[in-house]
Design a protein around this ligand. Structure first.
Ligand SMILES: [Zn+2]
Length: 143
């Protein structure tokens, strides 16, 4: 699923650690690092496991999670966004220690709740960059 987005939203700046995350998003995959030594998932990306300092491998997630926290932005602080909109932190179902800062899209601001089940949706911005966002999982809706 993809949403249509106005121009002017900030473009993520990939660095050596985050480039694989953004490359996966460009291919509509939500990917995090896993440590095969201590079996932990790591997000945001790091150069090595912060727990055991071993090398990390990238793995795709199923894209499902729940709203960990959120706020409603009622002012136009950032270009390309029209208030009000939802800024949220979504915890992965598979690895709840991985929390994604995002917007909740396709959701009325009065409907968002902590713990609400959500799924990833990929927002391709007019500038060509693709950003993972999340939307409510609607029971019975096609995936
Ligand atoms: Zn580790």
């Amino acid at each position: 699923m993809e949403t249509s987005i106005p121009a002017g939203r900030p473009k993520p700046l990939a660095d050596a650690d985050t480039a694989p995350f953004w490359a996966a998003a460009q291919e509509r995959r939500l990917s995090v690092q896993l440590c095969e030594n201590c079996d932990r998932a790591i997000f945001p990306p790091k150069p090595a496991c912060p727990h055991c300092v071993r090398e990390l491998a990238w793995r795709d997630l199923n894209g499902r999670g729940s709203v960990y926290s959120f706020c409603i932005s009622r002012m136009n602080f950032i270009g390309g966004y029209k208030a009000p909109y939802i800024v949220a932190w979504v915890a992965s179902d598979e690895h709840p220690e991985c929390i994604f800062n995002c917007n909740i899209v396709d959701c009325a601001i009065e409907d968002v709740r902590i713990g609400m089940p959500v799924e990833v949706v990929f927002e391709t911005r007019p500038e060509g960059v693709t950003v993972p966002q999340f939307r409510p999982i609607r029971e019975g809706a096609p995936a």
